[in-house]
Design a protein around this ligand. Structure first.
Ligand SMILES: Nc1ncnc2c1ncn2[C@@H]1O[C@H](COP(=O)(O)OP(=O)(O)OP(=O)(O)O)[C@@H](O)[C@H]1O
Ligand SMILES: [Mg+2]
Length: 532
């Protein structure tokens, strides 16, 4: 096999990266940041990313008398000897002669040759989807065709993050990975689907077909749709499997804590809420909202400051407007139904329909996740006691968009999402956080995130945030800032052996076909019946 040689090493260091001189025969403008190259050392091959490019001359006088456009001969001679491009490489992974992966602890010698990475290199490092179902193709390295795979087993061992500014393809990548998880059954998923983009279908920007298929449409019975707004779900042509109804008793003071910002609640109002809860337990919200004119006497009764309790009353009154929130208990709780589905290995997309306020999203996601977490703690404890294989809980991954609302410094300390992210997968629950402002997420939580898929970020603070805790991060900074505005991402962390820039796998007919091989014929029939 012939590899394309790009150049040879000049200087560099392990901490700052290596400098390569680009061959005069290589076309400079084809060498881009984020490109994947291999340096051939004596004992190891060093897989590296290009992080920077620079023009160099051997003698500064040349710059004073540059060749004219028509002086081709002079130009060619200079190119051979005196002017060249210097390319900064960041070694990310070493492979020994037996193809064992290891972290980079040494560097190749002077003048080591640098090659474009080959298809075999990529397959060797990132695994092959066809050989094991734990590998899932998420895209291809820049200017290459060989798939880069995520190791889904490693992926589901931790919480993960998908970041990038608006419109860069976060939701598409998330849907893609969820499809991989459904197909491979490496984890059961719950998606809090704020904009109804995961279940039935979603809009696609740009030309061609303007809708893409959701997970329910792709996987039929393996995915259930829970809807807070069945009417809206129906209008989009899909019947919800379960209508989500919550009641006042489901809301605890902890759930209100994360609404602090949205409701503009003062800490003293929260203290008042605790006082009500001490006295009235589960009924605290119903009792509070029933006070009306009596709110002053009520304050006295529970020993709270009248101003705080009035403020709390006024602000929580807003919750009464949610149509899915009912005063009284009505039959089987939705969380129990949800648990039933998840226990059977059925993935759940929870659609919000027309309830698109952040307030609603935060409230519902909190209530449900807190209860699920309690259930998983109990399941795990049972499993630890019996140690029977059949008692082992299935790994659950919970997807949340706008994650910084759940995981900012304040919320992360107090709410269930912070608990899940911090305790890692001790109780078989992890998060898939999707966010455009990672700098607003608590840095402690960010550092616990196993695998990050990061599309373009412009804000320096956001770039800094996603790179905290990543070794060798200085070179990655420039890569992140120079990604395309769409469909490109830097993948790094637990589920890949080395950071790599990818063009994300297209979510299209071809992809459906590749996933479709796993749909049973009976399911297809049912999907069709459900649609029409
Ligand atoms: N893998 C992909 N396959 C096909 N199209 C894609 C892919 N990734 C992105 N796109 C295109 O880019 C558009 C924007 O992607 P997406 O909606 O996922 O962005 P986003 O980062 O979630 O944005 P926002 O922050 O506004 O929610 C899509 O509508 C689609 O046209
Ligand atoms: Mg989105």
């Amino acid at each position: 096999m012939t590899r394309k040689k790009l150049g040879h090493l000049l200087t560099g260091s392990l901490t700052e990266g290596l400098q390569m001189r680009l061959n005069s025969s290589s076309c400079l403008e084809e060498v881009k940041t984020g490109k994947f190259v291999s340096i051939l050392g004596n004992q190891y091959v060093f897989f590296s990313l290009i992080t920077d490019l620079e023009l160099e001359v051997t003698n500064p006088d040349i710059l004073l008398f540059p060749p004219e456009q028509d002086e081709k001969l002079l130009s060619d001679i200079l190119k051979k000897r005196d002017i060249y491009a210097k390319v900064t490489l960041r070694p990310m992974l070493m492979l020994d002669k037996e193809n064992n992966h290891m972290p980079v602890k040494t560097i190749p010698a002077h003048f080591a040759p640098v090659y474009e990475a080959s298809a075999q290199d990529v397959a060797l490092i990132f695994g092959d989807e066809k050989k094991s179902d734990k590998y899932f193709n998420v895209g291809v390295p820049l200017d290459m065709e060989t798939p880069v795979c995520l190791n889904l087993e490693a992926f589901t061992e931790r919480s993960n993050g998908i970041f990038g500014k608006s419109g860069t393809g976060k939701t598409f990548v998330t849907r893609l990975i969820l499809a991989g998880l459904v197909k491979s059954k490496k984890a059961v998923n719950l998606v809090f689907d704020m904009h109804s983009e995961y279940g039935f279908q979603a809009r696609k920007e740009g030309g061609g077909q303007s809708f893409v298929k959701g997970l329910k449409t792709l996987f039929g019975n393996e995915v259930a749709i829970f809807s807070l707004d069945p009417e809206s779900t129906r209008k989009r042509g899909c019947a919800a499997d379960v209508e989500v109804i919550l009641n006042y008793q489901d809301i605890r003071v902890e759930d209100v804590i994360c609404l602090q910002d949205e409701l503009n609640l003062h800490p003293t109002a929260l203290e008042a809420a605790y006082l009500v809860a001490i006295k009235y337990k589960k009924d605290w919200l119903k009792v509070l909202l029933d006070q009306g004119e009596n709110i002053k006497d009520f304050a006295q009764e529970i020993g709270a400051h009248p101003e705080s309790i009035s403020a709390l009353y006024r602000k929580l009154k807003r919750l009464e407007r949610f149509p899915f929130l009912k005063r009284f208990n009505s039959g089987e709780s939705v969380v129990d139904k949800l648990l039933n589905y998840l226990d059977k290995g059925i993935h759940v997309v929870l659609e919000f329909g027309n309830n698109t306020s952040m307030l609603c999203y935060l409230l519902v996601a909190n209530i449900i996740t807190r209860r699920l977490h309690d259930a998983y703690v109990a399941k795990t404890e049972k499993f630890l006691a019996t140690q029977k294989k059949e008692d082992e809980p299935k790994k659950l991954m919970i997807t949340i968009e706008e994650a910084h609302k759940f995981l900012n410094v304040q919320a992360a300390r107090q709410t269930i999402f912070g608990v899940i992210a911090r305790e890692m997968r001790k109780y078989y629950v992890s998060l898939l956080v999707v966010d455009q402002r990672p700098s607003s997420i608590d840095s402690e939580i960010l550092s616990q995130i196993g695998t990050k898929i990061v599309a373009l970020l412009n804000d320096e603070k956001d770039i800094q945030a996603v790179l905290t805790g990543v070794s060798n991060s200085s070179g990655l900074r420039s890569i992140l800032a120079t990604l395309d505005t769409k469909k490109q991402a830097l993948v790094m962390g637990h589920a890949v052996p080395m950071p790599v820039v990818i063009k994300t796998r297209e979510y299209d007919e071809k992809f459906y076909g590749e996933m479709g091989a796993f749909i049973k014929a009976t399911d297809i029939k049912q999907v069709i019946e459900e649609i029409f």
